[in-house]
Design a protein around this ligand. Structure first.
Ligand SMILES: Cc1cc2nc3c(=O)[nH]c(=O)nc-3n(C[C@H](O)[C@H](O)[C@H](O)COP(=O)(O)OP(=O)(O)OC[C@H]3O[C@@H](n4cnc5c(N)ncnc54)[C@H](O)[C@@H]3O)c2cc1C
Length: 541
């Protein structure tokens, strides 16, 4: 039991952790097994795994390469686990996270089927009072949200949905029994990362597929393949080096961004570099030059290359026009990778509707009515993404020390210090919160870094008999400025319809949420804050 808390009952804990995905599992392991704290994870789902518990749509897999999409905190775990493919599918990642839960005996401290409804900081006791939908009540010195950046499904408010006589599903809340598309007329709304993964697989199963595209998107072939024995050996033998590369670059991927500029490279050579990256496949395409997200002219060389590839792949010129009419710089929105996405539009059972030319007017009993006619459907799939970064946090009624809610505090957009804390909310930590690199990264290293920071901070507090930590107003205001400046230095902030900005959710404040200054720089800043005695935080007894 920790020195600075006095639990009196089973529900009086040192820490409550909300969410049992990558973040919550590792946070529990650290607090319980490293610090010896009484910690419990509360998870809404009936299983662990977070993203990979919920997103069971056909084609669901990660875009990060398998040897980077895993924990690195335990060398034994790295050595024991074996991935089968370059990009593992959802069931394999879910198996991995269940393996971790068993391997570290985490399940006894995870309460499933438990949705946290509210959390209130009690200043007198310096404890959080946490209540769940079922009416459970917990108290804890620390409250740690591990609720995920992409875990609150965004279902667009299209009139008529309740009248639809067929079936409709959101990819992020996929039915566990699956959806049988055979013989069905299916409509997919959305062509972001998820739609691009699901569309080729649904097209193979359905009688007919209509894709409703609002925003055309770039996509790079993933070139997925089974991992060779040699690669598996390489990944295990070089795990420390791989970890070092991930922690010392911009996006926490296991490859470095080439130190050269597209704008300074001769056209023929640039073309050859892009072609080689295209053949290799995956997110490394974005790492071919280091000015792609800084300089519009440089970016357009990559964008033009991809547009030409789309045109060369899609045989119907009308579809090719719609797919390549992309309105934003390459990788300024989350860059998808795919397995035969553009090729899918050559199938005779696939239609494409450009919603910018012919918008959806309503959903009818029989299907979707656009401005030019009704598309009759048996199933509608919403691949419309998430209320990203703040959605799941703000669904919880979180009340700080002055009775103000997080929702009130963030009314004009999230305000945090390092994405880790918000002034007015002592002892509340947000793993991969807004203002941290989060969704701009390969997330497992970002999650490990946050969890390690939080764990070390709580350990520091215990050793110094400190009961409360709170981000200062000044430090948070300065950090928000840094987050804005980092985004404004790139092309990321120039895209209007980006979920990084909250633009996909009506009424959401339009603020660039992740820290775009790079993962390595962010780690450095967090370490400096600690070295300077937790500068910007107020620590008290
Ligand atoms: C389809 C898809 C593909 C992705 N691919 C990649 C990829 O290739 N690379 C990458 O780096 N990232 C990817 N991501 C991002 C992914 O979310 C993270 O990599 C990672 O899984 C996040 O882990 P987490 O534990 O922080 O959050 P999550 O996995 O989202 O887990 C959060 C958990 O919190 C629970 N929760 C939320 N609110 C409450 C509440 N009020 N009470 C109780 N429980 C609650 C949820 O039920 C959920 O189980 C992808 C996301 C999606 C949706």
């Amino acid at each position: 039991m920790s020195k600075n808390t006095q639990p009196s009952g089973a529900n009086d804990l040192d820490a409550v952790i909300i969410g049992a995905g990558f973040s919550g599992l590792y946070q529990l392991h650290c607090l319980r097994d490293q610090l010896g704290l009484r910690a419990r994870v509360l998870e809404a789902g009936h299983g662990v795994g977070g993203t990979w518990f919920w997103n069971r749509y056909p084609g669901a897999r990660c875009d990060s390469e398998s040897h980077s999409y895993m924990y690195y905190f335990s060398k034994e775990l790295v050595d024991e686990w074996e991935w089968s493919e370059r990009y593992p599918q959802q069931p394999e990642i879910l198996r991995y996270l269940n393996y971790v839960a068993d391997r570290f005996a985490l399940r006894s401290d995870i309460q499933l089927n438990t949705r946290v409804e509210s959390a209130r900081f009690e200043p007198g006791q310096q404890r959080w009072i946490v209540t769940t939908q079922q009416g459970d009540r917990f108290t804890a010195r620390f409250l740690i949200t591990a609720v995920g950046c992409l875990s609150s499904a965004n279902i667009p408010n299209i009139p008529g949905l309740s009248e639809f006589s067929g079936k409709w599903v959101h990819t992020g809340q996929w039915p566990h029994e699956g959806v049988d598309f055979s013989g069905q007329r299916v409509g997919v709304i959305g062509t972001g990362s998820t739609g691009i993964q699901a569309i080729p697989v649904i097209a193979e199963q359905a009688a007919h597929l209509t894709v409703f595209q609002r925003t055309a998107n770039y996509s790079i072939p993933a070139r997925n393949a089974p991992l060779t024995t040699e690669f598996k050996q390489y990944a295990k033998q070089n795990s420390e080096e791989i970890r070092h590369v991930m922690n010392s670059n911009t996006n926490a991927h296991p490859f470095r961004i080439a130190q050269r500029q597209a704008a300074q490279t001769a056209a023929a050579q640039r073309q050859a570099i892009y072609e080689a990256a295209w053949q290799k496949g995956g997110l490394q395409f974005r790492a071919t030059f280091d000015d792609l997200l800084l300089d519009e002219a440089a970016n357009s060389t990559a964008a033009d290359f991809i547009r030409k590839k789309i045109r060369a792949t899609v045989s119907d010129p009308v579809k090719a026009d719609i797919l390549s009419d992309i309105d934003h710089p390459f990788a300024a929105k989350r860059p998808p990778i795919d397995s035969f996405y553009f090729e899918t539009y050559n199938r005779s059972n696939v239609d494409l509707i450009d919603l910018r030319a012919t918008p959806i007017e309503r959903i009818t009993e029989r299907g979707i009515q656009t401005s030019t006619g009704e598309v009759v459907l048996d199933v509608i799939v919403f691949a419309t993404g998430f209320d990203a970064m703040t959605g799941s946090l703000l669904k919880i009624q979180i009340e700080g020390k002055d009775g103000r809610t997080l929702k009130d505090e963030w009314r004009s957009g999230p305000r945090t210090y390092l994405g880790l804390q918000t002034p007015g909310f002592p002892n509340l930590f947000t793993i991969t919160g807004p203002g941290s690199p989060s969704v701009l990264c390969n997330l497992p290293p970002a999650i490990e870094q946050h969890v390690n920071w939080i764990t070390a901070c709580i350990d520091h507090m215990r050793r110094h008999d400190l009961r409360q930590i709170e981000a200062s107003e000044d430090a948070s205001a300065a950090w928000v400025e840094q987050v804005n400046a980092a985004a404004n230095a790139t092309l990321l902030a120039k895209v209007k319809h980006s979920w990084y900005l909250g633009a996909n959710v009506p009424g959401k404040p339009q603020v660039f949420m992740p820290y775009a200054g790079g993962f390595a720089r962010y780690i450095d800043i967090c370490n400096q804050v600690v070295a300077n005695g937790y500068k910007g935080f107020q620590l008290s007894r």
